[in-house]
Design a protein around this ligand. Structure first.
Ligand code: NAP
Length: 317
């Protein structure tokens, strides 16, 4: 069986950046991605804060170029879901649904996924009124009412995006102050289509095939009430943006973690020699495309150094 220099688990900005750097250094590199390249960024419609992106840059457009760039430098890619890893030895073994992969070094860039409210009806009505992706589903709510749950950057930015489609957008937040950056808040407060429902949580989502109502609770008084869809509309949208959780279950008990985030040093080393982590899956203070891409570049160069020490090959980055 072939032994790659580096196997990268995950094809988001961190994984693709690691692939680019490793490929460019002529390391034999494979990226394993289970489904869709780009991770969370493919559901982002506007990427204002990636250096060099000024106007018209979307998540998919940036990721498309990142994939092409990794390919250009000879990084191999395969679609598979990793089910198990053996990371302790000099040869790391990655087991997937479709095959087994061997590598001298592994870079884990599995990312994170959205948190759910966890209330009754949320799962049942996902895709039937409940959504976690404004760019994917906004068009379904053209001229309808939508509610956005959350108070961070994602909730407020996505709510503003939804105002381009929906008749009315109401942000439901569990406190009376947003967590979002001040600049984002200012834009939201100035947007005439935006409404705010403070100190409120969603307790239950109801419907008949599609969402028709939801039960909300006032966090101050504890009172609950049911919000019904406008009679003519028959439904409304509920978009949930209440944070993320790392996709790290696979590494539980195998790599040092904190609250599910993999612990690394500044050079992306985990506590296992030859195993690196990059992007949103690792413990860090800022989870953005720019930091994920930077992590990936560092992880690849450090993996190169590790292999160099292992077998004496020198890589030029
Ligand atoms: P976040 O900053 O963690 O905010 C999560 C929001 O959801 C908070 O307002 C929180 O309320 C609320 N929340 C959490 N659990 C909840 C629950 N069970 N029920 C109701 N509300 C709940 O998450 P995010 O907005 O998804 O952002 C994640 C990271 O991505 C952040 O670092 C953010 O800066 C970054 N991001 C950046 C941009 C940008 O810079 N353009 C855009 C999107 C995301 P509390 O405030 O009460 O805790």
């Amino acid at each position: 069986m072939k032994t790659y220099d580096i196997v990268i688990i995950g094809g988001g900005p961190a994984g693709l950046s690691a692939g680019l750097y490793a490929g460019r250094a002529k390391m034999d590199t494979l990226i394993i991605e289970k489904q869709k390249y780009g991770g969370q960024i493919v559901i982002t419609d506007e990427l204002e804060n990636y250096p060099g992106s000024i106007e018209g840059e979307t998540g998919p457009s940036l990721i498309g170029r990142m994939v092409a760039q990794a390919d250009k430098f000879g990084c191999e890619r395969v679609e598979d879901t990793v089910t198990d890893v053996e990371l302790e030895g000099d040869i790391k073994i990655i087991k997937g649904v479709n095959g087994e992969y061997h590598a001298k070094a592994v870079i884990i860039t599995g990312g994170a996924t959205h948190t759910t409210i966890g209330c009754p009806g949320e799962k049942e009505f996902t895709g039937k009124g409940v959504s976690y992706c404004a760019t994917c589903d906004a068009a379904f709510f053209e001229d309808f009412e939508v509610y956005v749950v959350g108070g961070g950057d994602a909730a407020v930015e996505e709510a503003m995006y939804l105002t381009k489609f929906a008749r009315k957008v109401t942000l439901i937040h569990r406190r009376d102050q947003l967590r979002a950056a001040r600049s984002i808040q200012e834009k939201a407060f100035a947007n005439k289509k935006m409404n705010f429902m403070w100190n409120t949580t969603v307790e239950e989502i109801k419907g008949d095939g599609i969402v028709t109502s939801m039960v909300v609770k006032d966090t101050k008084t504890g009172e609950t009430r049911e919000i019904f869809a406008d009679e003519e509309d028959g439904t409304f949208g509920i978009f949930v943006f209440i944070g993320f959780k790392p996709l790290s279950d696979l590494y539980e008990g195998k790599i040092e973690m904190e609250r599910g985030y993999i612990i690394t040093d500044d050079d992306m080393h985990t506590n296992i020699p030859g195993v690196f982590a990059a992007g949103d899956i690792r413990k860090k203070s800022l989870r953005q495309v720019v930091t994920a891409a930077a992590d990936g570049a560092i992880a690849a160069t450090q993996a190169g150094k590790y292999i160099e020490e292992l077998n004496g090959t020198a890589y030029k980055f």
